[in-house]
Write a new protein. Structure first.
Length: 414
């Protein structure tokens, strides 16, 4: 029992005794007993307040421990999530059990899914996943060989992934703020105040990114547990590739979110047409513009996204009289140089484009919103005649640029 509860019980007993003593004529002994009970009652009041303070501190500590433990336990469940159980459930109706069932139940309690829900963490690549050695097969089946996907650039460019439970999410960004000025003399008022205004960068559940795949009977029978890791990596690679592309090149139409380059005017991003070969001096000019606009403290806080063709040209161009290339100067000075064949369009007419980004004041330049998890749905009819399993994975996503001053586009790179 809590100490405060014990004290409260004793206080109740004292009040009961005092009411009996006060309601009748008292002797000297009873008077002394009243004084003793009164003193004990007042002392208990002090003890009660102290017990409440101690117990409140203990409750806060226990609450923090419970929150951390809950997060750790949830991550543990995600780490042990078995995608093959979900696939088997959709294919043959096999029951989902263990920690996978706990994750599915929890996600259904917090969101709406037509098929089986999959947490985003389940698509992570896990080490040590191979084909089961206990499968009775005279031919040794090695781990599945994955398809080739381009490396993800969203995280490298500084974009943040925001998990949204439901509804929309807004990031208020200040556009005008306080202006300091000197009083011209001791009797003159300070200048008029400047309104503090903000613009909202909004994430809304308006876009759905989907992956469709067919799993043949041979793959289901042959691959065993290796099928789980293969599906995870394939879905992860396909969705990652399309997210990267739409992040930079999304048209804002036909179900796509608006990307950085097509939405430069909407997001307030500066676009500079170089009209020449790429050099460190050209990129340095863009870094200088970041610094002048207080978006970066130096080249060490700026990232650049370029095509491999730009790297090839810059790495083959040497500074006069030295063995140092233009690319070496750029790579040493900047926070990172990211190369992509997916997020930027291939050179057209001998020209290509680059994107520069910086995180100002800890604010990422781009926000990617993900609502809930991935909804995995089975189509039981389309491929039923051949015994294949057709799956559709749908994720609700959106993206936005919080502050256009943290991004710059360089086009016309020859």
């Amino acid at each position: 029992m809590l100490e405060s509860a014990k004290i409260m019980r004793r206080q109740s007993e004292i009040r009961s005794q005092l009411s009996e003593l006060v309601g009748k004529e008292t002797t000297d002994d009873e008077t002394r007993q009243i004084d003793t009970l009164d003193a004990e009652y007042r002392a208990n009041e002090t003890k009660y307040r102290g017990a409440l303070i101690v117990e409140a501190s203990e409750r806060d500590a226990a609450s923090a421990e419970l929150e951390n433990r809950s997060a750790d336990e949830w991550q543990g469940l995600i780490d042990n999530f078995e995608l093959r159980q979900v696939v088997a459930n959709l294919d043959t109706g096999a029951a989902i059990s263990g920690q996978t069932a706990e994750v599915v139940t929890e996600m259904r309690a917090q969101g709406s899914f037509q098929g089986q829900p999959i947490p985003w963490g389940a698509l992570e690549r896990r080490a040590g996943e191979t084909t089961s050695a206990t499968t009775p097969d005279p031919t040794r089946t090695m781990p599945l060989v994955d398809r080739l996907f381009p490396t993800s650039v969203a995280a490298q460019l500084g974009a943040s992934l925001v998990q949204v439970g439901q509804g929309s999410l807004e990031y208020p960004v200040s556009t005008a703020s306080t202006v300091a000025s000197w009083q011209t003399d001791e009797v003159t008022d300070l200048p008029d105040p400047v309104p503090f205004t903000t613009a909202d960068a909004k994430l809304s559940p308006d876009f759905a990114l989907g992956v469709r795949m067919k799993i043949t009977r041979k793959a289901l029978k042959q691959s065993g547990e290796g099928l789980e890791s293969a599906i995870r990596r394939d879905m992860n690679g396909a969705m990652q590739m399309e997210l990267d592309r739409s992040l930079i090149l999304g048209s804002g139409a036909a179900g796509e979110p608006l990307g950085i380059i097509p939405g430069a005017a909407t997001y307030g991003i500066n676009v500079n047409n170089l009209g020449a070969a790429a050099t460190w001096a050209a990129f340095r000019t863009e870094v200088l513009a970041f610094m002048v606009g207080n978006a970066a403290s130096g080249p060490g806080s700026v990232r650049a996204l370029i095509r491999p063709e730009v790297w090839d040209r810059m790495d083959g161009s040497y500074i006069t009289g030295t063995a140092v290339t233009e690319f070496e100067l750029m790579r040493k000075a900047m926070l990172g140089v990211i190369m992509t064949t997916n997020a930027l369009e291939a050179p057209a007419g001998g020209e290509t484009t680059a994107v520069l980004a910086t995180s100002a004041g800890g604010l990422p330049p781009i926000h990617i919103g993900a609502w809930g998890g991935i909804d995995l749905i089975r189509d039981p009819y389309t491929d039923a005649a051949s015994g294949q399993l057709r799956l559709t994975a749908i994720a609700t996503m959106d993206q936005t640029v919080a502050r256009g001053a943290q991004l710059r586009i360089v086009e016309g790179i020859q």
